[in-house]
Design a protein around this ligand. Structure first.
Ligand SMILES: Nc1ncnc2c1ncn2[C@@H]1O[C@H](COP(=O)(O)OP(=O)(O)OP(=O)(O)O)[C@@H](O)[C@H]1O
Ligand SMILES: [Mg+2]
Length: 324
């Protein structure tokens, strides 16, 4: 290949984020230089390529835009979240635990070099709307991994044999494509209503699921979430590297959520402390929804600020819903 073509190919590979191709073209250039008798330059180029390849650790390898195919596409949905930890309002203990997971994952190569494995199996427990699903998205977003969400509706069939084959398929995917695999309300597996016979089958499927979690040694992250902590069999806790307990926001956290969500539409001197008192006891999700309802009102009325009374009204509307 002429030098000009090689340079173009090199730039194209770089722009297309195709590292393998980039290195292949670079090696070709080194080989051509050797042919031309420029042995010193050729050796230098090869050394540079080797050095660059070493730095491209496994963590930085581009993850193929993985769309589950065939039967797997019914069992897993995938997307690439853009969420970040900063967007979450959390208690300091939950935040510390999440930071630790991210830190260990970011140091996966170094830990593995010492025979250690980073935390990767997490159980999130907490009431609705406190950020469990969001956490799975944040972890995927922060680590730039695809988020695969298991669809239990298609995973569970009446036939135990079929369900376990499907579960195995999902756990094979954990091995073949590194990502965050999210199993929401996984305990519903064992709690489905139905005939006695069905219940027994469901329980067996749940047990199978727990066994597969235990056996899994992939590099993927596995996150299971549930609303119920009481009904959980304590024996299952040991299958996870971390148990993270979510709770409704306290007053300070409600205030922070309100400030974050209303900031673009906030009148000066908005009394956040009083608003936060009204929002106490609500979930994060309800506070966020009350904020967007207030912002919607402002937009539709052609105002660039929310009104204190409207925010209070929306917060109260959310809390009344609970008593319905
Ligand atoms: N801790 C949080 N910080 C900021 N926003 C939050 C938080 N928790 C929830 N939210 C907001 O509420 C929405 C719904 O939350 P999410 O779906 O994560 O709750 P969940 O705990 O998974 O609830 P469920 O148990 O019903 O599945 C999020 O998309 C986000 O907008
Ligand atoms: Mg959820």
């Amino acid at each position: 290949m002429a030098r000009s073509d090689q340079m173009k190919a090199l730039l194209r590979a770089y722009a297309g984020d195709n590292k393998e191709h980039f290195y292949a073209v670079a090696m070709q250039m080194a080989a051509d230089e050797a042919h031309r008798g420029h042995t010193k330059l050729a050796a230098e180029l090869r050394d540079l390529i080797d050095e660059a390849k070493k730095k491209t650790s496994f963590v930085n390898k581009p993850i193929p835009l993985a769309q589950p195919k065939g039967e797997l596409s019914e069992l897993l949905t995938v997307h690439y979240p853009q969420e970040h930890l900063q967007q979450m309002v959390l208690s300091s203990s939950v935040e510390k635990k999440l930071q630790r997971v991210l830190r260990e994952q970011r140091n996966i190569d170094r830990l593995k070099a010492h025979g250690l494995s980073p935390r990767r199996k997490l159980l999130l427990i907490g009431p609705p709307g406190t950020g469990k699903t969001m956490t799975a998205a944040v972890i995927a977003g922060e680590l730039r991994l695809p988020l695969f969400t298991a669809r239990f509706d298609s995973l569970i069939t009446k036939f135990m044999g079929e369900s376990s084959a499907k579960l195995r398929l999902v756990f094979d995917a954990l091995k073949s494509t590194r990502g965050v695999y999210f199993f929401d309300e996984f305990d519903s597996l064992g709690l489905q209503r139905g005939s006695q016979h069905d219940v027994a089958e469901m329980r067996r499927t749940l047990n199978m699921f727990l066994q597969l979690i235990e056996q899994d040694t992939s590099d993927s992250l596995l996150i299971a979430a549930t609303n119920h902590s009481k009904d959980l069999d304590k024996a299952l806790f040991r299958r996870f590297d971390d148990i993270i307990q979510y709770d409704s926001p306290d007053e300070a956290q409600v205030e922070l959520l309100l400030r974050n969500k209303l900031s673009l539409f906030s009148p000066p001197n908005l009394d956040y402390a009083t608003l936060a008192k009204h929002g106490q006891g609500e979930s994060h999700a309800d506070i966020v929804k009350a904020c967007s309802d207030s912002v919607k009102d402002a937009i539709m009325d052609d105002r660039d600020m929310v009104s204190f009374d409207e925010v209070i009204q929306h917060l109260e509307e959310r809390s009344q819903r609970k008593s319905l």
